[in-house]
Design a binder for this molecule. Structure first.
Ligand code: G4P
Length: 528
């Protein structure tokens, strides 16, 4: 292995921030970018969120709604590390892309609202992390507002997420009475001084909890803190790095992202704890990042990044070796060789051409629809990375074509748009309907707008009672025919031709699974 490759791997961290909407993901992103010097002004990310700068103006619907539909990647440097932050749309209308992004990271930062504890979206995202055993670092946000008792928050995390927790810091007071946090490892108090928005606050530190200074500065909180620290020694899980790296235990930090309090401590600790690029499984073997030969997989396709070029961008996570501008790589699914001169890298301020990329980096490869999600690229070896799944949609709509003359365009448009992976196309075993399934309602609007703009098709979506999708597989192939005959009306094919069962209730899916031993119904399917 070259020393350069080894050094670059060691300093890379690919991670995502997950949270429920409004818990503070955007605010946290902004503070991290500030620390990384990637943006100069607080408010830049927020401004992007509300006014939509040219950079995220990828689709007109983003502008109309003032929200970000696209998952962006932002790279920045902090200390001697190269951090790649993969953004996961956190609003209600998130899509499969949000989930799939988590297959391309090595760790996750979870932001929780201290008043609300674990909320639905966090729970769903964390399920994916657990499947991949991704290490999770937790930040309990908004301590400057009234919050749940910190012990109750830990309890809530453990119960809701099935993870052990080890607090690294501990809050002193909350809301208007928020005094600061106690660093349980350094045994120091960091005092909270509400900062002007975005500016780094000056910190005051107290090195002991004994003596008159502590009494004076902490007042009634001193005794409570001493008691809580004692309680934690028995109640909290001791730090266990192996359990953390397996995704079974999460270190917990408290603070206020908006006031930039506790964020630097979190980031520093993140840099120390979060793992560098990890080995990745393929159908044939495990690929180590330090292998000399380049390899990577596509986890996301984004259309219309550049209106003038009508291009699609395939986001590829580098898994091994070094990518160099102009190198020839093989698109394993098609066997075609590709010379890539115009791959993109994404910085907070814009994108630029990649000269070199290393494991843990995300590069964008412009293409005209030839690249699909889960495609593998190598220097020639036939490999297929696994673990890039399709997730069962939860909302289903029937497509109604207003102009019957446009049936061909409709089919082409639906197939192409769904191939990008934010929604899924289903066809019934009998009948000719098109049914689109998605995780968030916004996807239907996106598709409707794109069919109109890009394919000149006037189509609408009709609501359906379907809510549950399960992919069907059989222990023995001969079971298939009987099953298809028994449940013809419930069976569909997805875009890749896989058999799916769509039902109105989870109960019915479970009932069918129970009645048919040897038939497996799953909520995800591997894409390859
Ligand atoms: P999201 O990306 O997870 O959806 O959350 P975002 O960062 O947009 O934060 C949601 C709201 O919570 C924002 O207020 C933000 O300013 C606020 N917030 C984030 N962190 C903290 C914190 O530590 N303390 C307090 N008090 N508030 C916090 P907003 O009113 O929706 O937007 P804006 O008026 O600030 O632009």
């Amino acid at each position: 292995m070259s020393a350069e490759l080894e050094r670059e791997i060691r300093r890379r961290r690919a991670f995502a921030i997950i949270s429920h909407p409004d818990a503070g993901k955007t605010t946290m992103t902004e503070k991290l970018l500030l620390f990384g010097g990637a943006i100069q002004l607080a408010g830049a990310v927020k401004a992007k969120k509300s006014q939509q700068s040219a950079r995220s103006d990828w689709m007109s619907i983003e502008k109309e709604r003032g929200i970000s539909v696209s998952t962006a990647v932002m790279s920045f440097e902090y200390r001697d590390l190269a951090l790649n932050l993969l953004d996961t749309p956190g609003h209600n209308d998130f899509s499969e892309d949000t989930f799939r992004t988590l297959t391309a990271v090595d760790s996750v930062l979870m932001v929780i609202d201290a008043a609300k504890g674990v909320e639905t979206q966090t729970r769903r995202l964390l399920e994916v992390c657990r499947l991949k055993r991704t290490p999770v670092i937790t930040f309990i946000n908004k301590l400057d507002l009234d919050a749940m008792e910190p012990m109750d928050i830990l309890d809530n995390l453990e119960k809701e997420l099935g993870m052990q927790t080890t607090p690294f810091t501990w809050p002193i007071g909350m809301g208007p009475d928020f005094k600061g946090v106690y660093d349980l490892r350094d045994k120091t108090v960091n005092f909270y001084l509400a900062a002007a928005r975005g500016r780094r606050n000056e910190r005051e530190i107290l090195h002991t909890l004994d003596g008159p200074e502590a009494e004076e500065l902490l007042g009634k909180h001193r005794k409570q803190l001493v008691d809580e620290i004692e309680l934690l020694q028995g109640a909290a899980s001791p730090w266990d790095e192996t359990a953390f790296l397996r995704g079974q235990l999460t270190p917990v930090f408290f603070g206020s992202a908006l006031n930039n309090f506790g964020v630097k401590e979190l980031l520093d600790c993140f840099c120390d704890l979060a793992p560098p690029p990890q080995p990745r499984e393929t159908l044939a073997r495990i690929v180590m990042p330090e292998e000399e030969k380049f390899s990577g997989f596509v986890f996301k396709i984004q259309a219309n990044m550049d209106k003038n070029h009508r291009d699609r961008m395939a986001f590829l996570r580098v898994c091994s070796g070094t990518f160099r501008r102009g190198m020839k790589i093989v698109h394993v699914r098609t066997g075609k060789e590709l010379q890539v001169r115009n791959a993109m890298t994404f910085l907070a301020r814009g994108r630029s051409i990649v000269e070199e990329a290393y494991p843990g980096d995300i590069i964008g490869i412009p293409n005209h629809g030839t690249i699909r999600i889960a495609d593998t690229f190598t220097e020639g070896e036939v490999l297929q990375f696994t673990g890039v799944p399709s997730f069962a949609p939860e909302l289903f709509r029937r497509v109604r074509l207003r102009d019957p003359m446009k049936a061909k365009q409709l089919q082409k448009g639906l197939e192409q748009v769904c191939e990008e992976g934010a929604a899924q196309l289903f066809r019934p075993l009998i009948g000719s309907d098109y049914i689109v399934g998605a995780l968030g309602a916004l996807q239907f609007e996106v598709i409707e707008a794109r069919l109109r703009d890009e394919y000149t098709v006037d189509a609408a979506f009709e609501g359906m009672a379907l809510q549950v999708c399960r992919w069907v597989s059989f222990d023995k192939p001969e079971l298939r025919r009987t099953f298809e005959n028994a449940y013809t009306k419930d069976l569909f094919q997805d875009g890749a031709g896989n058999l799916c069962l769509l039902t109105e209730t989870r109960f019915r899916a479970e009932y069918i699974a129970e009645k048919n031993p040897g038939v497996r119904l799953t909520t995800t399917v591997e894409l390859h």
